[in-house]
Design a protein around this ligand. Structure first.
Ligand code: 5AD
Ligand code: SF4
Length: 472
C-alpha cells in the first residue's frame, strides 16, 4: 500500500479547490509509478494530497488484476470503505487501474459504493470524472489509448525515500502470454519519448535522487520512432527505422545524462533481451549489474502453451550470454506453479531450472486463471489447488536454498551499497542494495541516507547480506 505525502506541493494557484485526495496503490511497480502520475494530474486541478483517509474527500484505489487474490483484496478494502462513506457523505471513491479496466461497468453494478471507474489510459480524465460525480452521477472511462504515455507530466513522488525512484518508459504489452491479463488491462505497447525520459531523470538528480528504475512491462522491447503503437514500426521506411531509439540506445542516453546516478530497469522478456543491451550495461559503471528475467517455467512444453516463444534451452542460453559478458550479474526470475496440464515431471524441470540458472531470487506464484485470457478460453485449469500449493512450496524451498548458496558465496567480498534508509529491524543499522540488487544491512556510522559505501560481507541469510563499512 502507498500513502501520499501530505506536504506535497500543488501547482494549482489559480484553481479554487481545497479538496483532499488519498491514493492507495496495489500490484506492480508500474502501478505505483502510475499513482504518482494520478497525483500529479489531480494536484494540477487543485486537489491536495493527504495521508489520512478519514480526512479525504476523494479516495482512489489504484488496483491490480494479475491474480484473483489481488482483486479479492480490493473487494475487502471496499467493504471497509463503507465506514468512511458513513463518516463523510460526500466522499468520492474511485477504483482505478487494471481491475477497473478488466471489469469496466460491471464494477459499478457490483460495487454500489464506487463512484468513479477509470482504466490505466484515462487518468487525464480523472478531474472531469470527479466533476461528473459532483453533479450527482457516477462516472467511468475505460478507453485504452494508442498514444498515451503521460510523457509530458511530472510525477509527484509519493511515499518516497528520497533516494530511489521509478521512471515509466513505456506502457502496455504486445506479448500475449496465454496466462496474462495485462494486454487486456493496459493495452498495446507504446514507448515514451526518450527526451522526456532524460528530462525526468535529470530532474530527479537535481532533487537529490541517487537511483532510478526504468519501468515497463517489457522494457527490452522499447522502441521510440515518434510515438504511437509499436506495431506501426514496420510501416516505416528503412531510413526512418534507422532513426529509432531502442532500449540499449535509451540506456546509454540515460547513463550519459546522469553519470552519478545508479540505473536499473524492469521487466525484461527473455525473448527481447539481447547482447546490445548487456554490452551497454557492461560499458557503463552506473548501470547496475542486475536483470529481472522471468522464465515462468523450466519446461519447454509448458512454455509453449504459455505462448512464451522460447524453450528451456533457449532461456538458459540467454543466461549464459549475460554471464559471459557480466560474470557476476544478478539475475532474478518470476515463476508460476501449476499452470494448466503441468505434470509432476514438468514441475521438476522448473525446480532444476532454478539450480541450473542460479537465480539470485525469484517471485513465485500459483497459477490463477484470469477470465478472457487465451489460457482461460482454451486450456483447463486442471491442476488441483493442493497440488499447486505443494509445488509452489517446493519451488520456494529450492529457490531459498539457492538464495542462501549464492549469498554465502558473497561472504568475505566487498560490495558497493547505496543507502536507502534505516533497516526495518533496527534503527541502529542502515539498509541498502548491492549493485546486483541484494539487500545489505550494516551498523550505522557517519554515513547518510543516499551515500554510496563499500561494505564487507560478514554473514548471509536467505534474503540479506550482513556486514560492515570498510574504507577503501
Ligand atoms: N497467475 C499467476 N501468476 C501470474 N503472473 C501473471 N499472470 C499470472 C496468473 N494468471 C505472474 C507472472 C508475471 C508476474 C508479474 O506475475 O509470473 O511475470
Ligand atoms: Fe497488476 Fe499487471 Fe496491472 Fe501491474 S500491470 S497492476 S501486475 S495487472
Amino acid at each position: 500500500m502507498l500513502f501520499l505525502h501530505p506536504t506535497m506541493s500543488t501547482n494549482s494557484a489559480n484553481i479554487k479547490n481545497t479538496r483532499k485526495l488519498y491514493v492507495e496503490s496495489y500490484g506492480c511497480a508500474m502501478n505505483f509509478a502510475d499513482s504518482e502520475i494520478i497525483a500529479s494530474i489531480m494536484n494540477e486541478h487543485g486537489f491536495v494530497n493527504t495521508t489520512d483517509e478519514l480526512d479525504a474527500d476523494v479516495i482512489f484505489l489504484n488496483t491490480c488484476a494479475i491474480r484473483d487474490n489481488a482483486e479479492t483484496r480490493i473487494r475487502e478494502r471496499l467493504k471497509h470503505l463503507r465506514m468512511n462513506k458513513k463518516h463523510n457523505n460526500d466522499l468520492i471513491i474511485g477504483v482505478l487501474g487494471c481491475m477497473a479496466e478488466r471489469l469496466k461497468d460491471k464494477l459499478l453494478e457490483e460495487e454500489k459504493l464506487v463512484d468513479v471507474v477509470a482504466g490505466p489510459d484515462s487518468y487525464r480524465d480523472l478531474p472531469k470524472l470527479v466533476a461528473e460525480v459532483d453533479e450527482g452521477g457516477r462516472a467511468i472511462n475505460v478507453l485504452l489509448s494508442r498514444e498515451e504515455t503521460y510523457g509530458d507530466l511530472n510525477p509527484v513522488r509519493l511515499n518516497s525515500n528520497g533516494v530511489t525512484a521509478f521512471v515509466s518508459i513505456m506502457r502496455g504489452c504486445d506479448n500475449m502470454c496465454s496466462f496474462c491479463v495485462v494486454p487486456y488491462t493496459r493495452g498495446r505497447e507504446r514507448s515514451r519519448d526518450p527526451h522526456s525520459i532524460v528530462d525526468e531523470v535529470k530532474t530527479l538528480q537535481l532533487n537529490g535522487y541517487k537511483e532510478i528504475t526504468l519501468l515497463g512491462q517489457n522494457v527490452n522491447s522499447y522502441l521510440y520512432f515518434g510515438g504511437g503503437q509499436k506495431k506501426e514500426f514496420k510501416k516505416l521506411t528503412p531510413e526512418e527505422q534507422a532513426q529509432a531509439v531502442d532500449f540499449a540506445d535509451l540506456l546509454e542516453m540515460v547513463a550519459l545524462a546522469v553519470p552519478n546516478m545508479r540505473i536499473r530497469y524492469s521487466t525484461s522478456h527473455p525473448r527481447d533481451i539481447n547482447e546490445k543491451v548487456v554490452i551497454t550495461m557492461a560499458k557503463y559503471k552506473n548501470i547496475c549489474n542486475y536483470i529481472h528475467l522471468p522464465a515462468q517455467s523450466g519446461n519447454s512444453r509448458i512454455l509453449d502453451i504459455m505462448s512464451r516463444n522460447y524453450t528451456r534451452e533457449w532461456y538458459l542460453d540467454k543466461i549464459k550470454m549475460i554471464r559471459n559478458i557480466i560474470p557476476d550479474c544478478g539475475i532474478s526470475c518470476d515463476i508460476i506453479a501449476g499452470f494448466c496440464s503441468e505434470t509432476e515431471e514438468e514441475h521438476q524441470d522448473t525446480l532444476s531450472l532454478i539450480t541450473e540458472a542460479r537465480f539470485d531470487f525469484s517471485y513465485m506464484y500459483k497459477y490463477s486463471e484470469r477470465p478472457g485470457t487465451p489460457a482461460a478460453k482454451k486450456l483447463a485449469d486442471d491442476v488441483p489447488e493442493e497440488v499447486k500449493s505443494r509445488r509452489l512450496t517446493e519451488i520456494i524451498e529450492t529457490q531459498n536454498a539457492m538464495n542462501l548458496t549464492k549469498n554465502n558465496e558473497r561472504i568475505g567480498k566487498i560490495v558497493e551499497v547505496l543507502i536507502e534508509g534505516s533497516s526495518k529491524k533496527s534503527d541502529t543499522d542502515w539498509m541498502g542494495r548491492s549493485d546486483e540488487n541484494i539487500v545489505v544491512v550494516f551498523p550505522k556510522g557517519n554515513e547518510n541516507k543516499g551515500d554510496m559505501v563499500k561494505v564487507l560481507v560478514e554473514r548471509a541469510t536467505v534474503t540479506t547480506l550482513i556486514g560492515k563499512v570498510v574504507n577503501q
